[in-house]
Write a protein that binds this ligand. Structure first.
Ligand code: G4F
Length: 332
């Protein structure tokens, strides 16, 4: 019989790639979606356009335990991938309260409902390299102590510990992915990689003359989201739940990303990038680089897309996107 999976956050970058991956493996895939998203399907479900007709959508609200409980009371799942979160770090400084509520309570509701109704369902929690924050060692691995630098990071550390506690206290299969930054053409425009590739495409097409960014010296370990969702799935196929770093093992600065993206379009970033102090964060994560040895060894997982190919793919996708709707793009 085909396995049945539930993905929270299915409308996001990772949710959409994971849904496609699980469908390709023969899964019956269900997605938990907020009712408000269903009111604007063209916009909110756009990343699912390749597979929407093969998905089963479960309207629910992660702010409500009753709503989450209702979903698990209707249908049994073999695997639950909990990806839904307020995931933009800068926004978490602007509104730490709603970030905490969504990211901590939402995770707790899913775990508590599973424990009550489906304790055998395997659970994946989307942890983050932001949990390492002000890093205590380099590269960062599963045993590196956490030192979060934002309300978002704090919320992810709490979610990680909640998931671990359900594993230890109730014997549930709970795995935590500690995913380093992962990008793609489906990345939201608020994140720096997509802001850059979209900005370069606008400049190249004559729709903008500059790109305002914050800290260009921050370094990240950037991989491709399509590679990373495969690691999520592999984590739930192991004999028992555990925690895994998922990363490329390479780090690059925001400045290097700019250099490559502008260079790919035949432009010099120094002529277009303006640094804007308003975009700097109150506390920054300066350097992230992951050691994914455990995932290589136990999951037999390896990333396929390197930094250069990632930047190229994102830039060319934005050039194509904006060329096809140049008049509207001018108004953005
Ligand atoms: O693209 P970012 O906003 O991603 P960040 O903060 O590293 O977080 C992302 O990755 C995490 C995994 O480690 C996820 F958990 C999280 O949900 C999210 O997906 O910023 C990257 C870096 C930061 O150092 C930021 O200060 O880029 C710097 N930056 C410089 N200028 C900028 C900008 N970031 C944004 N978003 N916009 C700028 O204009």
């Amino acid at each position: 019989m085909n396995k049945r999976a539930l993905i929270t956050g299915i409308t996001g970058q990772d949710g959409s790639y994971l849904a496609e991956h699980l469908l390709s493996l023969g899964y019956e895939v269900h997605g938990l979606v907020r009712r408000v998203a269903l009111e604007q399907p063209d916009e909110r479900l756009s990343r699912l356009r390749n597979c929407l007709d093969r998905l089963q959508i479960q309207p629910a609200n992660l702010d409500s335990y009753a709503s989450v409980f209702h979903v698990f009371s209707k249908q049994e799942f073999d695997e639950c991938y909990h990806l839904a979160a307020q995931s933009f770090v800068a926004e978490s400084f602007a509104d730490g309260f709603s970030t905490m509520a969504t990211n901590i309570d939402g995770t707790h509701y899913v775990l508590a409902a599973l424990r009550e109704l489906q304790p055998k369902c395997r659970f994946y929690f989307a942890g983050s390299s932001e949990m390492f924050g002000k890093v205590r060692e380099t590269p960062q691995r599963e045993t590196t102590p956490f030192h979060p630098r934002s309300p978002y990071g704090v919320s992810k550390v709490t979610g990680f510990h909640l998931s671990m506690n359900y594993r230890e206290a109730y014997g549930m299969f709970c795995s935590n992915g500690i995913l380093f930054n992962h990008e793609s053409p489906r990345r939201g425009l608020e994140f720096v990689t997509r802001k850059i590739t979209h900005g370069v495409a606008r400049i190249k097409l004559g729709l903008a003359s500059e790109l305002k960014l914050g800290n260009l010296e921050a370094k990240r370990d950037w991989g491709h989201a399509r590679d990373y969702v495969k690691a999520m799935h592999l984590m739930l196929q192991q004999a028992e739940g555990s925690d895994y770093v998922v990363a490329t093992g390479e780090t690059h600065s925001v400045r290097e990303f700019c250099e490559l993206a502008f260079g790919e379009a035949g432009l010099d970033y120094r002529e277009y990038v303006r640094q804007d102090k308003a975009v700097y964060r109150p506390a920054e994560v300066d350097l992230l680089i992951g050691d994914a040895s455990k995932a290589h060894k136990e999951l037999k997982w390896q990333p396929k897309v390197d930094f250069r190919s990632l930047v190229k793919e994102m830039l060319h996708s934005d050039l194509e996107l904006l060329s096809s709707r140049a008049p509207q793009a001018a108004a953005l």
